[in-house]
Design a protein around this ligand. Sequence first.
Ligand code: UDP
Ligand code: MG
Length: 331
Amino acid sequence: MKTPRLLSIVMPAHNEAMGIGHSVDAVRAQLEALGIPWEIIIVDDGSADETFRRIGEAAAEDARIKGLRLSRNFGKESALLAGLRAAGGDAVITLDADLQHPPALFPRLLDAWRAGAKVVDAIKRGRETDTPMARLRARLFNALVSRLGGINLREASDYKLLDREVVDIIATEIPERHRFYRGLCDWVGFEHDTIEFDVENRAVGEGKWTLLGLVELAMTATISFTSAPLRLVTILGAFTLIFGLLVATEALLGWFSGRAVSGFTTTIITLLILASTIMISLGIIGEYVAKIYDEIKLRPPYLVAGRIGLPSEAQGHAELPPAPRHEQPRQ
Ligand code: UDP
Ligand code: MG
């Protein structure tokens, strides 16, 4: 039977000092029961509390617990990436540090990997424990991104098991900076398997997603996976043209028949509709330009400020392809 030489657990943590010790204990208990070599990598995503100290305490007790501290809060996506790059296992499980992703699922994730899956997605069965508002938000988010982005999110979560092959692709071969982990895991292809789970209540503390944060993630997700909104601009333009032609015909007919065009109201309405259509279209194009600008700067997606039990490597840059050499002009 296929057994991983090493199983890595990656947990992004932002201001989780209160619960991180408890989470690590729960994860460790599950890992010990599996009876295979393991490591836990906790990425402190620029916490303002004692999270990194707690990681240090856990690591002092058990060298298989390792920590990475980002220089500031770069967001969960970057924290996940940092963790994936630091992970050395043949299989890597990513899960939240707040125990909302039950570690009890590890044996089933591993079984699916043993059966040949390269990506095992743990998908949320119900969101009964979420507030109705949070549920609505999540549903809207998934529907929007799935519809526009053409990627299958269903009730996808960031709780996944990835095979080394897929980890290497996501961690080093995909160079984009603005990432959407869930979407990328679907995009890479390979054999997938899914396991359903019930979202647990947060053990301590509160969820940190603000509505604005979710909207931003939805935009990144959509913009990095599809240019459909840009096509929407073209379609909007076509509609405006048809609308304009109709109104123009009506006005011209009126003029030729000696009827002066009445309708100051029509003018105002037309103007307002046109102006807002143009503004929204500019906004959509602007979002893409902004993303291109951010990507082109080639800044690393995160910076590392501290490590526990991990070798020091280059900052957030993956192995970038060598810079193109300029050919010497021939004499
Ligand atoms: N998280 C992070 N950086 C952030 C926000 C959150 O690393 O900027 C971590 C957080 O510590 C947790 C996971 O991402 O382990 C999920 O966050 P949260 O519980 O706030 O989100 P939700 O469960 O509502 O999706
Ligand atoms: Mg949570």
